[in-house]
Design a protein around this ligand. Structure first.
Ligand code: FEO
Length: 170
């Protein structure tokens, strides 16, 4: 059985992951609205990944005999001024999520909850990748300016259109 404080923190993380999914789906809708189908595809896959993160926490809570408590999900923004602003926000958001994961690790260690700490290490590694991919695309999008920029944007849109969601191995 999991300790009450740890359980509450894990339930809050389910909500945070669902919000991330909602945020990226909203960014996908924004890209659809400005005709960047590849960017929209990348964000849609990202939204699916976040849903998978939420389910990973959900399943873990259940496996420890805890009760999952779903909470209200905040409404995400719906408009951005440019693709660059979107990726600046993705990068900042992922940094924030990394902070949440690290706080959960701190809590697990302080409660001597080795099983939860062990489960969280998957997320510690995942966040390194999440931040790196957001920053890589942010840098590429920041090259988009002037006449040549349109070509860069077009190429990037094609590249991001190739991303597919790969469910994790069971
Ligand atoms: Fe669930 Fe993008 O971290």
């Amino acid at each position: 059985m999991i300790d009450a404080k740890m359980l509450e923190a894990l339930n809050r993380q389910v909500n945070a992951e669902l919000y991330s999914s909602y945020l990226y789906l909203s960014m996908s809708a924004y890209f659809e609205s400005i005709g960047l189908k590849g960017f929209a595809n990348w964000m849609r896959v990202q939204a699916q990944e976040e849903m998978m993160h939420a389910i990973k926490f959900y399943d873990y809570i259940v496996s420890r005999g805890g009760k999952v408590r779903l909470m209200q999900i905040d409404a995400p923004p719906t408009e951005w001024v440019s693709p660059l602003k979107v990726f600046e926000e993705v990068y900042a958001h992922e940094q924030k999520v990394t902070g949440l994961i690290h706080s959960l690790v701190d809590l697990a260690i302080s409660r001597k909850d080795h099983a939860t700490n062990n489960m969280l290490q998957w997320f510690v590694t995942e966040q390194v990748e999440e931040e790196a991919s957001a920053e890589e695309i942010r840098q590429k999008v920041s090259l988009v300016s002037g006449e040549r920029g349109i070509g860069v944007l077009y190429m990037l849109d094609k590249e991001l259109g190739l991303r597919v969601f790969t469910p994790p191995a069971a």
